[in-house]
Design a protein around this ligand. Structure first.
Ligand code: 5GP
Length: 145
């Protein structure tokens, strides 16, 4: 999908936001949802999406929901750091097919990093065990400020 075009209300994240598809939630409020990536590139890979914006990518979102989204990314990243004690954190955000995006509802990736654990490839990681994701989500949620 190119950078331009219509929002697909049946994309996976829209279904998750509507409750039509399950997800392992870390936290949410009226504006944002943070949930575990089911194909994590490292242990503790979290995705953060806006609940109010149907922007497909960074080019489309209005400043106000973007500010709320990026603030939520920072809050979540701080909790990931506190809970899992990674040595680093990679924040990623892809736009358009050619930019590596596969789900066309704007989102940020928070990927904890350790020097001795290579990050798995984007779109090539195996599916995680749901119980392990739930345990990680609880640990991260408990570390939220
Ligand atoms: P993108 O490639 O668009 O930047 O990232 C999409 C992300 O969504 C990928 O990291 C992928 O692993 C994740 N993903 C794909 N399908 C699902 C799903 O059904 N549930 C969850 N929680 N994550 C998904």
């Amino acid at each position: 999908m190119s950078l331009h075009g219509a929002y697909d209300p049946d994309n996976i994240f829209a279904k998750i936001l509507r409750g039509d598809m399950p997800s392992v939630k870390v936290w949410e409020d009226d504006d944002v949802l943070a949930f575990m990536d089911v194909f994590p590139q490292s242990e503790g890979h979290v995705l953060v999406v806006s609940k109010t914006s149907t922007a497909r990518n960074i080019l489309e979102i209005e400043p106000e929901p973007l500010a709320k989204l990026t603030s939520a990314v920072q809050r979540t990243a701080r909790a990931v750091e506190k809970a899992l004690k990674p040595e680093g954190l990679s924040l990623m955000q892809f736009n358009g097919d050619a930019g590596g995006q596969t789900v066309f509802h704007l989102h940020f990736h928070i990927v904890p990093r350790w020097t001795d654990r290579p990050m798995k490839g984007h779109g090539h990681a195996p599916m995680a065990d749901a119980e392990q994701l739930k345990a990680l989500a609880q640990k991260i949620a408990a570390a939220l400020d």
